[in-house]
Design a protein around this ligand. Sequence first.
Ligand code: ATP
Ligand code: MG
Length: 252
Amino acid sequence: MGKAIAVANQKGGVGKTTTSINLSSALASKNKKVLVIDTDPQGNTTSGFGVDKNNLDNTIYELFLGECSIEECIIKNVIEGVSLIPSNVNLAATEIELIGVDKKEFILKNEVDWVKDQYDYIIIDCPPSLNMLTINSMTTADSVLVPIQCEYYALEGLSQLIHTVNLVKERLNPKLDMEGIVFTMYDSRTNLSLQVVENVKSHLNQNIYKTLIPRNIRLAEAPSYGMPINMYDPKSAGAEAYMMLAEEIINK
Ligand SMILES: Nc1ncnc2c1ncn2[C@@H]1O[C@H](COP(=O)(O)OP(=O)(O)OP(=O)(O)O)[C@@H](O)[C@H]1O
Ligand SMILES: [Mg+2]
């Protein structure tokens, strides 16, 4: 039975998508079978794997509306070992489409249950908000991985995020755990990055991954080539960091 990890933080631009893509491909390179689910209407995980998001018959939107089966919307092997449920801007309408729908918090979970035993890891990239899409992701997940950008406002919104995880655990998904925190865009040349790490450690009683994802331009470039970092530049600091994170997650 695969482990489902939701990559969530309602703060925008903290590295959720970069982590979802590169953690998935790092896990796959360690012979794990991975399903990545893009639950963000921005579709950045979809395009980051080189999939043309505007030219798809079945996406997670059709899945939410019951217009396709999960098998029909999975794109197999976008890279070796990684399959993808894609997303695009259509998904932005889901919240409205689901008004009044019974048990809408469980739609994704009920679908993923059909395929969960085919994968070792299911990585779910969440949108930058605490909406019904994020709730569905957390209801599907076994744990929540929170990327935190090493910048001044890092702690802002985190208590709200943890409160949301606790609510989902209490009311929708009793097995949900905090996977932990991963620091992103760490800049070893500045004191600020170090201060943010220390600050978060002292304020949050959470598992914190030892791997610090460095600020690395190659990580920012890779998506425009539709490649994860271990294909685009396997020797880069970013590639090495995501391999180490994958190792930590496997050994947890
Ligand atoms: N470690 C890194 N080094 C350099 N650039 C990075 C790194 N991580 C992410 N970025 C860049 O920062 C921007 C935001 O990253 P990303 O899209 O992963 O964040 P996000 O949390 O998914 O954003 P959103 O909330 O919009 O979904 C992107 O342009 C990405 O390429
Ligand atoms: Mg994103």
